[in-house]
Design a protein around this ligand. Structure first.
Ligand SMILES: [Zn+2]
Ligand SMILES: [Zn+2]
Ligand SMILES: [Zn+2]
Length: 140
């Protein structure tokens, strides 16, 4: 699918109106693929994009199941495009994220699933992150 088509499709999937900012930001995520981006990295690319608009856009995308959080080893939030199974307030990205010490990129490992853990019965799990680090394939 062409990039423009994918953007339209994703915004529709999230029930979101097309705006210039949404389009530009979404394009960055689609081009990054499985590589997670920080808001700072996106901000750097667009001179006139103010931080608050960007922050809101990321929040909206996250809520609508378009992007998900990928925390890196330092606990800094990054975001990456969601799997097709994600929807409004329901994320299905239960995979590990890999932080490369050389290129400092965080990558989604879609095929490495977070194992199910047996928590005490009175604990309710809401979110889990599995962060691995080392040297990625591109840096070997
Ligand atoms: Zn998701
Ligand atoms: Zn690397
Ligand atoms: Zn991911």
């Amino acid at each position: 699918m062409e990039l423009d088509q994918r953007i339209k499709h994703l915004l529709k999937h999230g029930n979101l109106r097309m705006t210039t900012v949404r389009k530009l930001v979404l394009k960055e995520f689609l081009e990054a693929g499985s590589i997670a981006l920080s808001s700072y990295e996106i901000e750097k690319k667009f001179e006139d994009l103010d931080r608050i608009t960007l922050y809101r856009t990321l929040k909206t995308f996250e809520e609508c199941g378009i992007i998900h959080q990928a925390v890196d080893v330092s606990g800094r939030s990054k975001y990456a495009i969601c799997s097709a199974d994600c929807s409004n307030h329901n994320h299905e990205d239960h995979h590990a994220h890999f932080y490369c010490k050389k290129c400092e990129r965080t990558v989604c490992l879609d095929d490495v699933k977070i194992p199910t853990l047996n928590l005490p019965t009175d604990f309710q799990l809401e979110d889990s992150q599995l962060v691995l680090s080392g040297v990625c394939g591109a840096c070997q």
